[in-house]
Design a protein around this ligand. Structure first.
Ligand SMILES: [Fe+2]
Ligand SMILES: [Fe+2]
Length: 140
């Protein structure tokens, strides 16, 4: 369900590595839910790791945007904040005993990440010359 593929590459090495790690965490969460560990502390732990990693990743991107006076900084940051708020809500729900499968967390994240990578992170990666190289490798 959360199989990483090169289609998700946006052409910035660090961002791409971190995006791949997102997929690993999502896969870990999916596996735990499927193994019947839903609602248990392990799942809460994974969700909280996901939130921590998300915040660290967003800090990295936002620092990059600020240091390059990126013109879409404010709107990009708003998208980030919305995801963090949403993840905090999910974590609270799951912490109160709602099984992950009864929340929209997996579908929501799958859609959010895919859309955000392409619509927000790709234009950011294009600030960097290396983008051309990786993108041509992608289409080739
Ligand atoms: Fe982003
Ligand atoms: Fe990102």
């Amino acid at each position: 369900m959360f199989q990483w593929s090169n289609d998700h590459l946006i052409g910035h090495e660090t961002i791409d590595e971190e995006h791949e790690y997102f997929f690993k965490l999502m896969q870990r969460l999916t596996n735990e839910v499927e193994r019947g560990e839903d609602g248990q502390s392990m799942v809460i732990r994974t969700l909280s790791d996901l939130l921590d990693f998300t915040q660290a990743h967003f800090r990295y991107e936002e620092e990059l945007m600020r240091s390059h006076a990126y013109e879409h900084y404010e709107s990009h940051r708003k998208h980030h904040n919305q995801l963090v708020d949403q993840l905090e809500d999910f974590l609270e729900e799951v912490g109160q005993g709602v099984p992950v499968r009864n929340t929209q967390v997996l579908n929501f994240l799958k859609h959010w990440l895919k859309t955000h990578f392409q619509e927000q992170d790709l234009p950011l990666a294009q600030l960097f010359p290396k983008s051309d190289l990786v993108r041509s490798r992608r289409s080739g």
